[in-house]
Write a protein that binds this ligand. Structure first.
Ligand code: NAD
Length: 276
């Protein structure tokens, strides 16, 4: 199965479908990521705060897959925002991952109350120049945070990774990001299992029509919108199911019916107000 790649604004490419490891138990991460790599995933999304970079690194090493066939993202945690703290944080992440570079390094949350995201971004620009991160981007940034970055720094983030699923579709933010050449990545693409997304008729009906699962329909909806997506599952069966999304296509009508589910249902924190 060939996963499509998306071209980013810095000339690199990223596999559009990956595997996320938020809340994957550090003790289980090596097994779970090994399963994901065996299933065929080549893009892994982790973060320093997930506490499981060591397990991700062990699975990568054990897999024997050449480094240039893998795409690894990690993130700068909020308490490490700043200059020297960001330099130390990327070094620690690389050590835990057992890698010389990550493909993508993100500022995890803007935390506007700290007023350090511009300084942190300048550190990420330096980290990119050093080769420790091939691409750099942000996560959970709103338009106003990005307006400030774009005004005060030189490198345009390659991506903004934000909460995004059919009932929280973020259309205005996606439009803004596209206008700046910043690619949208979706976190919580399945609504983190917190909503009964799968029982909604627009999703359930499309699944029945294509003989696939509702989760596959939702992932397909993201892919057809050009969004980069990395659903998470601890179960190998579901990993395989979530990866098997290239044998069918949602019609314009089915896409429209799913678009109409957008209800502003945020499952995670509001980035403007988040204080963790
Ligand atoms: P998700 O939307 O991928 O949901 C995961 C949950 O969906 C699983 O725990 C499981 O209960 C369910 N699920 C998965 N596959 C299924 C299937 N085939 N059928 C039925 N149920 C299924 O949520 P997520 O893990 O929060 O998001 C994906 C990734 O995004 C994370 O693992 C992480 O890498 C990233 N993320 C980033 C941020 C951020 O702030 N940048 C926040 C949260 C998550």
């Amino acid at each position: 199965m060939t996963v499509p790649t998306i071209s980013l604004n810095d000339g690199t490419t990223i596999p559009q479908l990956g595997f996320g490891v938020f809340k994957v138990d550090p003790d289980e991460t090596e097994r779970i990521v090994s399963d994901a790599l065996e299933v065929g995933y080549r893009h892994i999304d982790t973060a320093a705060v997930y506490g499981n970079e060591v397990g991700v690194g062990r699975a990568i090493e054990k897999s024997g897959i050449p480094r240039d066939e893998l795409y690894v993202t990690t993130k700068l945690w909020n308490s490490d925002q700043g200059t020297q703290s960001a330099f130390d944080a990327i070094d620690l992440s690389l050590e835990k991952l057992g890698l010389e570079h990550v493909n993508l390094y993100l500022i995890h949350w803007p935390r506007p109350d700290l007023d350090k995201y511009v300084e942190s971004w300048l550190a990420l620009e330096e980290i990119q120049r050093s080769g420790k991160a091939t691409s750099i981007g942000v996560s959970n940034f709103h338009e106003n945070h990005l307006d400030r970055l774009l005004a005060e720094t030189t490198v345009v983030p390659a991506v903004d990774q934000v909460e995004l699923h059919p009932t929280f579709a973020q259309a205005p933010l996606r439009e803004y990001l596209a206008s700046k050449g910043i690619h949208t990545e979706a976190w919580g693409p399945l609504g983190q299992g917190k909503y009964d997304l799968f029982g909604l008729p627009a999703i359930a009906d499309a699944a029945a029509a294509h003989g696939v699962s509702p989760a596959q329909v939702v992932i397909r909806w993201h892919l057809q919108k050009g969004i980069i997506v990395f659903p998470k599952s601890n179960s190998r069966e579901r990993m395989a199911e979530n990866f098997d999304v290239f044998g069918f296509e949602l019609s314009g009508e089915q896409m429209g019916a799913i678009d109409a589910l957008d209800a502003g249902n945020r499952v995670g924190a509001d980035p403007e107000a988040a204080r963790f």
